[in-house]
Design a protein around this ligand. Sequence first.
Ligand code: NDP
Length: 309
Amino acid sequence: MALVVIRQDGKIDFWKEALMAESPELQVYGYLEDHPKDNIEMALVWKHPQGSLANYPNLKLIASNGAGVDFIFKDPDVPEGIPITRIVDTKLAEDMSEHVLAVILSHLKNLDTYKLQQTQGIWKPRNYYRISDFTVGIMGLGELGRVLAKDLVRFGFKVQGWANSHKSIENVKTFAGDKELSGFLSSSEILVCLLPLTNKTTGILNISLFEQLPKNAFVINVARGGHLVDDDLISMLDSGHLSGAGLDVYHQEPLPATHPFWQHEKIHMTPHYASVSDPKFVVPQILENYRRMKAGKPLINKISRDKGY
Ligand code: NDP
């Protein structure tokens, strides 16, 4: 029985070697290799070619090689009824938190503006802001959002969060569901999206949501490009309602050279690198689930097919 790695970013051998180094007895194939299909029980996938999972008649487990699973649900031919797991990695959450903190502090302290002024020889102090002046609202209080909330509290921000259900996080006010979204938005001066991309959250960062934020709010999207309606963001930045945006994820990656985000002075882009999975943390989880699947035990980090996350 064996595991197949399916991804298109040139990293198949990297993950094969990482898995085999931890578990030399495990049979691991890359999906393009000539190998028997009927002994594959587990697929480790990241943005796999649509339809490719249908090639394995005895597949028992689909494991996302990342925290998100949205790309799996985009595949209309993903086999029904097979459990799906994802990566939950404390390091990934810490990395995300560091990234968001860096983006927020850069915005508060006008670092991009000062760099631009420097290149133009301009000496011009801008508005002075302190951490304690700001309320940060986090959409999504899951594995990543919760760690970010705690770190921001530690740094002295006022922090609130929104999720499907209320949470208990010290010094963080939480809001839940559609009914409480407006109340959450109206006091979020910095908005961070850390939602999974699902049918319900696709396009959630749109003009009607932005209008409910306080004037001059700053928006950070580190979740998925599909959460954001790009034209709505540009129009709210141009109208002056939003003061800026920090984006790490995009509808199309790499972002096409002609996309207006590239040249927009209020948009601060990073190339989907807010946090990166470390094989040291990821491989043991994958192997643990492989063993659990073989032993018929409950899987760890299983997602709900119904909820889509
Ligand atoms: P989790 O599944 O742990 O948490 C998701 C959170 O979103 C939960 O709090 C959930 O609420 C909430 N939520 C989901 N749907 C809704 C909804 N319709 N309305 C309100 N709240 C909702 O996810 P993670 O924290 O692990 O990751 C979040 C996302 O971050 C990933 O799906 C991925 O897309 C992205 N990501 C981006 C990376 C990058 O490098 N840019 C790296 C890693 C992840 P509840 O708790 O009540 O169920």
